[in-house]
Design a protein around this ligand. Structure first.
Ligand code: ARG
Length: 455
């Protein structure tokens, strides 16, 4: 067994113990960042004269050949190494001999794994941010196409007031822009290099930690070596941001599932992104949206799992922290897959504009505007609310819309009604005259604002 710490031991680990303890089966994902970190460490050791420049060059060459071979599929992770760090080090020693044994000078796996996870998380944050940008671009495009597509907006899933589809979609743009911003904040707090913290209390070697930090595009090196090896806040924050993204995607998915139902028919999902039933030939199911909604749970699980893992840990490194990986990797994979497929589904989604508009015409979505009409004619709002309430009751009885009533019928409820009421409560007026900041009548300005923010 390729263990790094055999000297103090008089016998091998029990096989079950080895399997229980190992992490190579899942931390092999870190091979690239692990080698990247080692390259920076080796260069620094050479520059500081802790190892010779030739030794640093040999190590560099060896590490690069390992990376190349892994990427080419010529080197696989089937060794008996305990984790990715032991794997790379053992492979280096196999390739370049004794010089390889010098790579770990002034370093511990504790600061090494802290570095690897930060580098890996940073890359995934950038990937998720780029996917969010693409998704937001698609929504903005749909907004531009639908500034005049009228539809009902809901509260309690009951028709409330009319709006346009662009306004509806804009709410999701806001969410995904906040998500992107959140990731940016996390990246900034994450971006301090822990390498050189050693096991926990630094080292007596003259390491140049800031040199390593700069080489690896960190803003600076961390300031407390104990915190450096025991901090997983950035990962918890990332899992939290991922959970929020998934919550947003899940809400959007829920809308699409409802809108796609036979009763609503607001949207048509493209055949490429829906599935059929093995028994019911007529079915076309919204599986992408359902799976995204379903997978949200596992990302929340990852967040709660890591919070719970960390809550009782004394300083500094504890092996419990190895448990950060599988859940974090799963959540990162899940969110990237979900944003990507959701974007494609949305891009190809067809909105049934006529159904949307017809739905907006029904359900008294203009009742607030009818009340506002009376207010503008001098009636106090509370009285106007009551008049329109009675008017809706009348319409329910007659099975008609407010605008279907004649002026004579309207005047029976209030003398303030005049011919101009029909224009005041028309769908177009209701949507387009709502011109307060953030309202549907101002949607074109909002689109310009979003375009700017999503650059
Ligand atoms: N595989 C370990 C982890 O993921 C690496 C750090 C091991 N450090 C130690 N002192 N055993 O956390």
């Amino acid at each position: 067994m390729a263990i790094l710490w055999g000297g103090r031991f008089t016998k091998d680990n029990d096989k079950e113990m080895f399997d229980f303890n190992e992490s190579l089966s899942f931390d092999k994902k870190l091979y690239k960042v692990d080698i990247t970190g080692s390259l920076a460490h080796a260069a620094m050791l050479g520059k500081q004269g802790i190892i010779s420049e030739e030794e640093a060059a040999d190590i560099t060459k060896g590490l690069k050949s390992i990376l190349d071979d892994i990427e080419a599929g010529a080197l696989t992770f089937d060794s008996e190494a305990e984790d990715i760090h032991s794997f790379v080090e053992a492979e280096l020693i196999k390739r370049i001999g004794d010089t390889g044994k010098k790579l770990h000078t002034g370093r511990s796996r504790n600061d090494q794994v802290a570095l690897d996870m930060k580098l890996y998380t940073r890359e995934r944050i950038d990937e998720i941010s780029a996917l969010l940008k693409d998704l937001t671009d698609v929504i903005i495009e749909k907004m531009e196409e639908n500034t005049e597509t009228y539809m009902p907006a809901f509260t309690h899933l009951q028709k409330a007031q009319p709006t346009n589809l662009a306004h509806y979609l804009g709410a999701y743009v806001e969410m995904f822009l906040r998500d992107k911003d959140r990731l940016k904040d996390i990246r900034k707090r994450l971006n301090l290099s822990p390498l050189g913290a050693g096991a926990l209390c630094g080292t007596t070697y003259d390491l140049d930690r800031d040199y390593v930090a700069e080489k690896l595009s960190f803003d600076t090196a961390t300031f407390n070596s104990m915190d450096s090896v025991s901090d997983r806040d950035y990962l918890i924050e990332t899992l939290s941001a991922i959970s929020i993204i998934m919550m947003h995607l899940s809400r959007f998915s829920e809308e699409i599932i409802i809108w796609n139902s036979n009763e609503y028919r607001f949207v048509e999902i493209d055949d490429a992104y829906s599935t059929g039933s093995s028994i019911m030939p007529q079915k076309k199911n919204p599986d992408v949206a359902e799976l995204v909604r379903g997978k949200t749970g596992r990302t929340y699980g990852a967040l709660i799992s890591l919070l719970t893992t960390m809550k009782g840990l004394p300083l500094a490194y504890n092996k419990d922290m190895q448990e950060d990986k599988e859940v974090a990797f799963d959540a990162m994979d899940t969110v990237t897959k979900c944003i990507s497929i959701f974007t494609k589904m949305l891009y190809t989604l067809k909105f049934n504009n006529d159904v949307l508009e017809e739905s907006a015409m029904k359900g008294y979505t203009n009742a607030t505007d009818a009340a506002d009409y009376l207010v503008k004619k001098g009636m106090p709002f509370r009285d106007a609310h009551s008049v329109i309430g009675r008017l809706v009751l009348l319409c329910l009885d007659k099975k008609c819309a407010i605008e279907d009533l004649s002026i004579v019928e309207l005047k029976e409820l209030s003398e303030l009604f005049d011919e101009d009421v029909y224009d005041a409560i028309s769908l177009k007026t209701c949507v387009e005259r709502r011109m307060t900041k953030g309202a549907p009548g101002e949607i074109k300005k909002a689109i310009e604002h979003y375009k700017e923010l999503n650059k």
